[in-house]
Design a protein around this ligand. Structure first.
Ligand code: 13P
Length: 255
């Protein structure tokens, strides 16, 4: 059974001071160190230096919310996986729906980003998820399958096990309307089957659920067989709810 993980995605929020305060509040919760799950936050790029300073040597891991699809060179404004790795990042989210829609990220771009992360020793958190329209049209599975296979096809066979997958239905992100535990479990089961079809060794891939995860709904989600944790947006912007979600995941770790 994959290790349970809870990863916060802070998106474009906070200041250096407020985010430093939030990092301290989370990592100072001594209980985190004793938990048998991985907890992490994905911070804005400009805050990685401060994050490294505050979190080095603590149980709380961290990552970024995107990386360049290119290794290095004339790519104005881009930030490479190697640059982020130099600061000690553990994770990079790739293919978040907000990047796919607002920045027109193509399937192959997401695959290239996942590969760049792995080459730099960073775990890519690959997001897949359907829009409401696609779900209503009965095309939800086809959408996530296309998104996942594009990434797997970009990775060497011996590197595929390095990714974390996140199922984030677009209609559940920031809407307060989480997928039901059953809807999420059905899709996670489908994704795990796809992974297994590619290689039996991928059956243990961590599959997170994301989309309006709050403490009240988290326990029922984490109780599902194929839900290995959560990618948390809004509820990770305050220490209290985020720590509650981490504790709820820990209750189900190794169950
Ligand atoms: P919310 O938890 O705010 O819905 O955001 C989910 C998300 O997009 C995490 O990446």
């Amino acid at each position: 059974m994959p290790r349970k993980r809870v990863i916060g995605n802070w998106k474009m929020n906070g200041t250096i001071a407020s985010n430093a305060r939030l990092l301290r509040e989370i990592k100072d919760d001594m209980a985190i160190a004793a938990l048998t799950i991985d907890a992490a936050v994905c911070v804005p790029f400009l805050h990685v230096s401060e994050t490294q300073r505050i979190l080095t040597g603590t149980a709380l891991k961290w990552g970024v919310q995107d990386i360049s699809a290119f290794r290095e060179g004339a790519y104005t404004g881009e930030i490479s996986a190697d640059m982020v790795a130099e600061f000690g990042a553990t994770y990079a989210i790739v293919g978040h729906s907000e990047r796919r829609s607002h920045h027109a990220e193509a399937l192959t771009t997401v695959g290239a980003k996942a590969l760049r992360a792995i080459e730099a020793g960073i775990t890519p958190v690959v997001c897949v998820g359907e829009t409401l329209r696609e779900r209503e049209d009965g095309a939800a599975r086809e959408t996530v399958e296309t998104q996942l296979l594009a990434v797997l096809d970009s990775l060497p066979a011996d590197q595929m096990h390095s990714l974390v997958l996140a199922y984030e239905p677009v209609w559940a992100i920031g809407t307060g309307r989480s997928a039901s535990p059953r809807q999420a479990q059905e899709m996670h089961e489908f994704l795990r089957r796809l992974l297994r079809t590619r290689s039996e060794s991928l059956a243990d891939t961590t599959i997170l659920y994301g989309g309006s995860v709050k403490p009240a709904a988290a326990a029922d989600l984490f109780a599902q067989n194929d839900i290995d944790g959560a990618l948390v947006g809004g509820a990770s912007l305050e220490a209290g709810p985020f720590l509650d979600i981490i504790r709820l995941a820990a209750n189900h770790a190794g169950a």
